[in-house]
Design a protein around this ligand. Structure first.
Ligand code: NDP
Length: 252
């Protein structure tokens, strides 16, 4: 779909773009004519598939193998994109992991990996991209949190803490960057059909759906539409917001 979104020709970085929601975001932006680079961690086959599918539709999509937990690697990859495109217009902080378990059963690595990826990764990519946006007095940052950031969920203390942090990060950075004409917003998905949510969806589908007002799971494309909105010119006057794309999710 092509629209007057203002995204054609824009340099866009999407972290975690090789699969799931990130891939849908990459494809949404590429369809708008944006110059999209995505980061992925280690699934080179999935990354190659995104690039091949993009080429088949006549779209140039680039990829960088970057672990977002590594701030130096993030900075170097962002510099490569800036050098190639001459600018960074949009950053989508999407990369994330989940390691659900009851608090007593969480290992050090379950806590560290979730916080370092979901929160540390957002800091690393954003700190690298923001100077490029400040120098041009323009930019859009869109973070992906989760319903878990605001609503309690059994076995989700580590994940919920990381996603609540992203919501708070969004609001504070929006305050910091408003004078530079950079907007910072967040999309909080509910249960979306990707590998990450497979266990939840397969174990108790009816029980989970009964907590969703629309009685179905969401698709990665439905999340990508909301990200597209925040990055488009239609959201030029929107900043510091968390938009729930969750079908009306109710949790205890
Ligand atoms: P997937 O597990 O399907 O994909 C995760 C993506 O993140 C992959 O591209 C993966 O790369 C990448 N990634 C993971 N860790 C790193 C890292 N350290 N460095 C770089 N890239 C990394 O997840 P989803 O698409 O489901 O989730 C995307 C985002 O949406 C996450 O932030 C998640 O928390 C959030 N979310 C998802 C929901 C859902 O129901 N699916 C609900 C609410 C929020 P690789 O392919 O190399 O592994």
């Amino acid at each position: 779909m092509n629209s007057d979104s203002g995204l054609a020709g824009k340099a866009v970085i999407v972290t975690g773009g090789s699969r799931g929601i990130g891939r849908a975001i990459v494809e949404r932006f590429a369809a708008e004519g944006a110059d999209v680079t995505f980061f992925f961690r280690d699934n080179a086959a999935a990354a190659a598939e995104v690039i091949t599918a993009g080429r088949a539709s006549g779209r140039a999509i680039a990829a960088e193998q970057v672990d977002v937990r590594d701030s130096a690697a993030c900075a170097a990859a962002v510099e490569r994109v800036a050098e190639r495109c001459g600018r960074i217009d949009v950053l989508v902080n999407n990369a994330g992991v989940i390691r659900d378990n009851l608090l007593a059963l969480l290992g050090d690595d379950d806590v560290r990996t979730v916080l370092e990826t979901n929160v540390g990764g957002v800091f690393n990519a954003t700190r690298a991209a923001v100077p490029h946006m400040i120098s041009r007095r323009a930019g859009k940052i869109v973070n992906i949190s989760s319903v878990a950031g605001e609503k309690g969920g059994r076995g989700q203390t580590n994940y919920a803490a990381s996603k609540g942090a992203i919501n708070a990060f969004t609001r504070s950075l929006a305050v910091e960057l408003a004078s530079r004409k950079i907007t910072v917003n967040c999309v909080a998905p509910g249960v979306i059909e990707t590998e990450m949510s497979a266990a939840v969806r397969e174990q108790a589908p009816d029980e989970v759906k009964s907590r969703i007002l629309l009685r179905r799971f969401g698709t990665p494309e439905e999340v990508a539409h909301a990200v597209w909105f925040f990055a488009s010119r239609y959201a030029d006057y929107v900043t510091g917001q968390v938009l729930h794309v969750d079908g009306g999710f109710k949790m205890e």
